[in-house]
Design a binder for this molecule. Structure first.
Ligand code: HEC
Length: 215
């Protein structure tokens, strides 16, 4: 028996010794010696089948759409506000009036969202601006997912509505919750605070050091 079984055990092909290639290993099987093959032409990665033209371009037959491609809930607007505050406020300001901090330091000033032309613009235009950039503004496609771009567009619409809202637009049972006075118009108004004057010969206390270490 032992003489029969021992030679058979020597022929086992165990799982730890599989006929497979390590990633990017060379092979003689294909003429280009690559074991990693190119995906078949037209392959679409999972989750990237973006066949809904309106949802992924903001257009139908090249025309900006003026409807959201999915229902917008309160949670969507809040997500849009969050993304807007992260990505858009440096230039457009929290209110969307185009007075963000980068602009106060010299970057080209974007138009206010309350200009009539932008008030009238279809939401697909906002989606397109974020997707492809617009003039001096870069594309945000790599940083903001398509559905989040729609949520930001919804938040821009909410900003525009709030700027022109009347007391009668607030539901009657909510009107007594409004503050008696109009609060100051946000953080972005007015000139930058001036640095306090420094005593002669000394740098101002909050002076920004110049590159190269000099003050
Ligand atoms: C680095 C600064 C900067 C950031 C950040 C920025 N923008 Fe802009 N945006 C601009 C400038 C500048 C313009 C005007 C471009 C021009 O007319 O050449 C503009 C224009 C626009 C317009 C108006 C387009 C038109 O029809 O005139 C919209 C809408 C807009 N931006 C939306 C956004 C949104 C949404 C975000 C955030 C995802 C964003 N921007 C982030 C600088 C910025």
């Amino acid at each position: 028996m032992a003489a029969l079984i021992l030679p058979l055990m020597g022929c086992r092909n165990d799982m730890h010794d599989q006929p497979r290639y390590k990633p990017l290993a060379a092979t003689d099987f294909f003429s280009d010696h690559r074991s990693a093959r190119q995906p078949v032409e037209g392959t679409i990665a999972r989750g990237y089948a973006r066949i809904d033209e309106a949802r992924y371009t903001g257009k139908i037959n090249g025309e900006d759409i003026d409807q959201f491609p999915f229902p917008i809930t309160k949670a969507d607007i809040e997500r849009g506000q969050n993304r807007f505050n992260v990505y858009c406020t440096p230039c457009h300001g929290r209110l969307g009036d185009g007075t963000g901090l980068v602009v106060q330091r010299g970057f080209r000033q974007p138009p206010s969202y309350y200009e009539q032309r932008i008030m009238n613009a279809p939401v697909g235009h906002f989606f397109d601006v974020m997707t492809n950039g617009f003039g001096a503004m870069a594309s945000y496609a790599s940083r903001v997912e398509p559905d989040d771009r729609w949520r930001i567009a919804a938040y821009i619409r909410a900003l525009q509505l709030s700027e022109n809202a009347k007391i009668s637009d607030v539901p009657a049972d909510q009107q007594q919750n409004l503050p008696a006075e109009t609060p100051p118009r946000g953080l972005n108004q007015g000139p930058l605070p001036q640095a306090p004057a420094a005593p002669a010969g000394q740098p101002a206390p909050n002076a920004v050091p110049e590159p190269g270490g000099k003050q």
